[in-house]
Design a protein around this ligand. Structure first.
Ligand SMILES: *Cc1c(COP(=O)(O)O)cnc(C)c1O
Length: 382
């Protein structure tokens, strides 16, 4: 038996290992069976029931990382979000959702909710008053994202859960940007925490997966919906995700340190108009971030000065790739107005503060001096 209260890197490395009793191999075996014994067994295992050996054991690692009783592993971050939402929202219910949010979540709500007769309100901002104003009599769930994509706003997790609990409303959080290395929202009273495991859990830009962690009761409620909707992850990928997660603590801590150095450097750069990073003292919610995060994460955004073309800048980078996704060991950049927020109108983008000069920067594990050099040479080239 593993002892309780293990440290981060020990959890990453060991919790949820499947012991190879037969051959004594050092790593978990992969069980690829999609068919298991049915008669006289305690657990009826089936991939879409989220309970094959690899799924069951990896969920223990995720739960341990979020100090949760239980977790489910999904085929994508959006599968995790959609199954979680549909477990807590039925026809006639109302969702209060933060306005600064991952673009795919926005699309899911706007495109799918009307078909199910589920109501929703996007808040005007990310302050607790904005959430309070958006609550209606039929609100059953509040969903927040902090730090948020792509402007790294920080929402007061304790204030939101206090507000929700007083009104008997459930709360969920997208903890993808912080990762469990930097933030554990269940400690502040959130009911459910979800991750796009495609990001820091995977960390090598080669896995698409998702996860939700919560209490046993809530995970069972989500599971009851998930087993009908499908959306489980194949065991081959579950196994790869286990391998990736062994180094998550090492990777994300290095990436977080690099991000802090890059944010400070960019903040003083003559060709940069503005930097968005919760670790900077100039960030409007720096003190709040400090009170709920162990580290400020490895995502930041910056605006280039108006005389620099953001598209040409990205093309001129040589080490740092432009990429849709984020959180890999390699540094990447993207223009949010061309990707995650492309479906919003220019007016809607302006309202949430996403300009054409904005670059979202996912900081990797490279040497900081090389990242600085690449940015400077790209600026010189254009
Ligand atoms: C990527 C991402 C998602 C969606 O995850 P997928 O694995 O792409 O489905 C959700 N939230 C955030 C913050 C993300 O970055």
């Amino acid at each position: 038996m593993l002892k309780k209260n293990l440290g981060l890197n020990t959890i990453c490395t060991h919790v949820g290992e499947i012991k190879d009793e037969r051959f004594k191999g050092a790593v978990s075996p992969i069980y690829l069976s999609s068919s298991y014994e049915f008669l006289d067994v305690d657990i009826k295992r089936y991939p879409r029931y989220f309970n094959t050996p690899n799924q069951e054991y990896l969920s223990k690692k995720v739960a341990a990382l979020e100090n949760a009783q239980a977790a489910l592993i999904f085929g994508s971050g959006m599968a995790a979000i959609s199954h979680m939402f549909l477990a807590f929202l039925k026809r006639g219910d109302h969702l209060v959702v933060q306005n600064t949010l991952y673009g795919g979540t926005v699309n899911f709500i706007k495109e799918e909710f009307p078909k199910y007769g589920i109501h929703y309100t996007f808040t005007d901002g990310y302050k607790v008053e904005d959430f309070e104003n958006a609550i209606q009599k039929n609100t059953t769930l509040i969903h927040i994202e902090t730090p948020s994509n792509p402007l790294l706003t920080v929402t007061d997790i304790r204030a939101i859960t206090t507000l929700a609990k007083a009104k008997g409303i459930y709360t969920s959080i997208d903890n993808t940007f912080a990762s469990p290395v930097n933030q554990n929202p269940l400690e502040f009273g959130v009911d459910m925490v979800m991750h796009s495991a495609t990001k820091y859990f995977g960390g090598h830009s080669d896995i698409c997966a998702g996860a939700v962690a919560s209490s046993n009761d809530i995970i069972e409620r989500i599971w009851n919906v998930s087993k009908n909707l499908g959306g489980s992850l194949s065991d081959m990928t579950v196994w790869m995700l286990e391998r990736s997660m062994k180094t998550m603590g090492l990777r994300v801590k290095t990436q977080t340190k690099n991000a802090m150095k890059m944010a400070k450097w960019l903040n003083k750069h003559p060709k940069v108009a503005k930097v968005y990073y919760p670790g900077l003292k100039s960030h409007p919610e720096h003190t709040l971030a400090k009170s709920q995060m162990r580290g400020y994460g490895a995502m930041l955004s910056f605006e280039l000065k108006d005389d620099l073309d953001a598209y040409k800048f990205q093309k001129a980078l040589s080490l740092i790739k432009s990429s849709m996704s984020l959180a890999g060991v390699e540094s990447t950049v993207i223009s949010p107005h061309l990707t995650s927020h492309a479906l919003l109108s220019p007016e809607e983008r302006a309202k949430v503060g996403i300009s054409d000069q904005l670059i979202r920067f996912s900081v990797g594990i490279e040497e900081v001096k090389d990242l600085k050099h690449d940015i400077n040479q790209a600026i010189m080239a254009i």
